[in-house]
Design a protein around this ligand. Structure first.
Ligand SMILES: Nc1ncnc2c1ncn2[C@@H]1O[C@H](COP(=O)(O)OP(=O)(O)OP(=O)(O)O)[C@@H](O)[C@H]1O
Length: 189
């Protein structure tokens, strides 16, 4: 890990019309997988949105290293309805087509995105982030809709194929957090 973090949250209080989370303090260093833990409604997704500029910062300071590109996998990614976009089109848009995806994902590339199952769409969206060139990937509840075998494939993807990638992960699945995170921090309102 480098001495300077890629991302630093110092006493950040974030929310929408009103604050809903914080103050939160943590740093994300290059090459680590940091987990954000907290109960339902604690504000984990809001903190991620504050990092991407989709939630308001009321107090504290958020620093992102200059020139750092972020990829954000949302808790409930929006799927285009009735749209002839293929899986390959989707990963091309994010730049993730430059890397060869694992077999669990490559078989989803030919079909239309609007015809994938919920879990198939979820893992394809995760690949759209992980396979991109972004230096920091924010994964909000990546195991939603995934069956145990696909969760296992995702763990392998993060630990082996993507080893050394800088990730910020929100998940309620303790076993997933244990399997992929090198460090965790707690978040509360
Ligand atoms: N767009 C919004 N506008 C106003 N309030 C919101 C908005 N999104 C979330 N909230 C509120 O902010 C609080 C924190 O929500 P958030 O989704 O960040 O929590 P979380 O820790 O990710 O929860 P969960 O584990 O249930 O996904 C909740 O009380 C929620 O109702």
């Amino acid at each position: 890990m480098s001495a300077e973090p890629l991302l630093r949250c110092q006493g950040v209080v974030a929310g929408y019309e009103h604050p809903v989370v914080g103050p939160a303090t943590f740093e994300l260093f290059r090459g680590e997988v940091l987990g954000l833990l907290g109960s339902n409604g604690a504000g984990k997704s809001t903190l991620i949105k504050a990092i991407t500029g989709h939630a308001r910062i009321f107090q504290g300071r958020l620093d992102i290293a200059p020139g750092i590109e972020l990829a954000h996998h949302r808790q409930q990614p929006v799927r285009p309805a009735e749209c002839p976009l293929s899986g390959y089109d989707l990963v091309t848009l994010t730049g993730a087509s430059r890397r060869a995806p694992p077999a669990e994902i490559s078989r989803l590339l030919e079909g239309r995105v609007d015809q994938l199952s919920g879990g198939q769409f979820q893992i394809l969206q995760i690949w759209a982030c992980l396979g991109s060139a972004a230096e920091v990937v924010l994964l909000d509840e990546p195991t939603n809709n995934l069956d145990p075998a696909t969760v296992e494939a995702l763990v392998k993807l993060i630990r082996q194929d993507q080893a050394g990638r800088t990730l910020l992960v929100v998940s309620h699945e303790a076993s997933f957090i244990d399997a992929v995170c090198s460090r965790v921090v707690s978040v509360s309102a």
